[in-house]
Each structure stands twice: as C-alpha cells, then as structure tokens.
Design a protein around this ligand. Structure first.
Ligand SMILES: [Zn+2]
Length: 442
C-alpha cells in the first residue's frame, strides 16, 4: 500500500460489514461453496457430498441461555472452526463477481478486505463514497455495510492509521479508544517469556511495518509508556528490542522438529529443572496457575478439600463445639488435638477436654461438616447461626460462648421446621439434606 502512487483525486473509505456471522444466510453458503468446488478437480459426486456435509453442519447451530435452547433462523454456526472458512468463501465470491468489475472500470483504485473490514481508495472524479456504499449494499440483502470516510486525509483501518500524502500513503499505528494498554505486570509471578510477549508483539509490529521515521519514534514512545505503566523499565524493553532486531536479521531457518513439554510456573526456581532440557530437543512451555480465570472461578470443593462449618463432639459428654475452617476438616481436627496434647487452651474444644478431663474421639466419629461453604462472610454467618442453634438446644459445650442472640436465626429455624421435620434442630450432619443455601431464601 505504501508503494501505491496516488493523486489528489483519490479518497479513502473503509466499509465494515455489520454482524457478518449472524447475518449470513444458511442456504446462501451453498452457491459460493459450489462455485469454489467447481474450480477444483474434485469429482461431481464428492462435491455433492461436501455440500451435504456443510448443510448438516450449518444446521447444528443452537445455543442455550437461561436453560432455554435457541436456534437462530439465520447466521453462520457459532463457535465452529468451519465458520471462518465459510464466511470467507461467501465474501470471496462477492469480491470476485462485483468488486473486480469496479476495479476494472477504475472507479475504485484499490480494494482490500480482511474478513469483514474493507478499505477502498476511489477516484472522486468518477464516483463518490456514498455511491460505492449504495452499490455494495445492493449486492446482497443479507449484508449491510457501514461507511467511514477519511478525516483530515486520514483513516483508521484494522490496527493502522492510513494517512494520505501528496502522492503516497503513510502508515501509523492505530489504537482503539477502548485499548487499555494493560499487559501482565512486571511484578507478576509469570515466566519472563509471557511477560515479554505483548511487548515482543508490539516491537515486531514496529519493526516490520513500513512506518515513517516519525511514526516509528511515536510508536516507540507509546511502547515505552505502556511498559512503564506495567512496571517495566526502559532498559528492559530496549534490551528486548535489540534482541528482536538481532534475531530478525539472523533469519533463523533451523527448523528442527522439537517436542514440547509443559511445566507449571511457580517461580523462577522452576528453571533449575527446565534448564536441564536446554541442550535437548525438548522445548519447554510454561503454564501459570495465577491467571484471571482461576481468580474469578472458585475452586470446586472436593471431599478432600471441604471447607465450612463443622461440629466437633466430646466423646464423654457428647457436647458439641461449632467451628469453621477455610482449609480441610482434617487440618482443623489435627489442630484441636495438638492443642489438647500441648495443654494449649487456644480452642474452646481443647479447653473443654482439658478442664473436664473428658475424652476426644477419632475424626470420623466426632467431627462432622454441617455446612460446606467458602471462607468469608457467609461462613461466619453460618457459624454464628449453628452456635446459637446448639446453644439453644443446650448441646453446646459451655466453654464455647454464643454470640448475642440473633432473632433472624430463629426465623430461619422456624421456616426450616415447617418445610422439613428434621429441620435445622437435629444434630444430624447437614450434608445430603435438602436445604436452600442461603438463609434469605428459606
Ligand atoms: Zn465433654
């Protein structure tokens, strides 16, 4: 594009197809597919079979939302690896049948499409942007194009700002207003390769695009600013740039087949192990566990890692102690026993056993989970409620002090008793019992 000679009559526009994937007609894929199959040396019979298969796949478009199933009337299959190819087949047919003749007539000088984004350079003496839009919108009723005209001789296309000079084009990097410039922070416990990845990409783009010197300098400052706001120093990024420049010059053609192995990255010390593979044909990829997905989705509770409110009974008087644990019930049990053995009155349970010379029992007989939940506000609330409950039934060990009486808990008890004869008032473990998870919903 930067080699293109233009004159003052040339204008830039971009066209964007509105919701391409959801607007493509299901049956509409047939004709372009047939058309392109005819260009190959695939037999008639095979062509028919391929079309049939495409149609079967196209019919598999459905999704679930709020436990309802939906099947869209039109649109290309969502999430299928075939979708991109099918949309491309559809649009290439349009390029070939319509755009080509406009180019031949020289009404438009330049046309490029990247999926649903199009850039056009036209001659303002021969046509107008609005005419092009009108014509292109008439091609196919399923497709709606949106026009953007140049402003101050510039237009944004994909990640580029294209600027029209006297008789040539100049490129700059375009960042959307929604771009956040956030990368993995330098302080994050991630392998350097991953922390550098974003900057590697930006620097590669900077080095490979035919940018003007001025644009190159501007982009380099952008990269440095981004680096600074994510905790990287100018030196680090400059070093990376030198590395990349050197590597691109070397044009490495060593295409040895390498096997990849994955290691979980916990910290820099993992390299003590992975460095062993440095001179082997095994390449190391790092997997991190501190990602956003892990942070946002709570860990599934397995039997081994149950956290929640538990009850620990005294083997002698059968009095109950109610406590909470954010870790496993085993760890909590061991802590109580340790307190008893070391004469440490830190837990009310240990105090009870020690003061009364009562006996504690084995874990599986004396300790029960009464409410599984994750540590925090909910767990505190459940704990207080069970303490009150056992206190009211007079089955709480006297060493454990109940909180101030909460009338709301009584309310929950009463409601629960109405729905469930066993209610909350039995000393049965709560596991397996049908009970809503939050007090407010009972
Ligand atoms: Zn006791």
């Amino acid at each position: 594009m930067t080699n293109l000679h233009i004159n003052k009559n040339n204008k830039l526009i971009t066209l964007d197809i509105k919701d391409l994937y959801t607007n493509l007609p299901k049956q509409g894929i047939n004709w372009p597919a047939k058309h392109w199959l005819q260009q190959t040396n695939i037999s008639q019979e095979e062509s028919i079979q391929i079309i049939l298969l495409i149609n079967i796949i196209m019919e598999q478009n459905y999704f679930q939302y709020n436990s309802q199933f939906y099947k869209p009337q039109k649109g290309i299959i969502m999430g299928s690896p075939l979708s991109g190819t099918l949309a491309e087949l559809y649009l290439q047919r349009i390029d070939k049948d319509f755009i080509k003749q406009w180019l031949d007539s020289q009404k438009i000088k330049y046309y490029r499409r990247y999926i649903d984004d199009i850039i056009i350079i036209y001659d303002k003496d021969k046509t107008k942007g609005e005419h092009i839009l009108q014509n292109i919108n008439n091609i196919d009723t399923n497709l709606t194009f949106k026009l953007t005209s140049e402003y101050n001789n510039s237009i944004n296309f994909l990640d580029l700002t294209i600027h029209r000079e006297q008789n040539m084009m100049e490129l700059g990097i375009h960042r959307k207003e929604t771009s956040t410039d956030t990368t993995i922070h330098n302080m994050s416990n991630h392998p350097t390769e991953q922390k550098n990845a974003a900057f590697r990409y930006y620097i590669n783009r900077l080095l490979s695009l035919p940018l003007t010197q001025k644009e190159k300098e501007k982009e380099w400052i952008n990269i440095l600013n981004m680096a600074h706001s994510n905790g990287f120093s100018t030196e680090q990024i400059t070093k990376l740039k030198t590395q990349i420049t050197k590597k691109t010059k070397e044009t490495t053609t060593t295409n040895k087949t390498k096997t990849w192995a994955t290691f979980t990255y916990n910290g820099r010390y993992i390299r003590k192990i992975t460095n062993i593979f440095k001179k082997t044909a095994i390449k190391i990829a790092y997997r991190t566990t501190n990602n956003t997905f892990k942070l946002l989705t709570s860990e599934k509770q397995t039997k081994a890692n149950l956290s929640g409110v538990h009850k620990l009974t005294c083997n002698t008087c059968k009095g109950a102690y109610v406590g909470q644990t954010g870790r496993t019930i085993n760890i909590r049990y061991k802590a109580h026993i340790r307190y008893i053995k070391t004469n440490n009155p830190q837990s009310a349970y240990a105090l009870h056993i020690l003061n009364n010379r009562h006996e504690y029992g084995p874990l599986d007989e004396t300790m029960q989970m009464i409410k599984t939940c994750t540590k925090g506000r909910y767990m505190n609330c459940w704990e207080t409620m069970y303490i009150q409950e056992y206190h009211q039934k007079d089955s709480l060990i006297t060493e454990q002090e109940p909180m101030e009486h909460n009338i709301l808990f009584d309310c929950i008890h009463d409601t629960a008793r109405t729905y469930d004869n066993h209610g909350l008032t039995t000393s049965q473990p709560a596991q397996g019992r049908q009970r809503p998870d939050q007090p407010s919903t009972t």
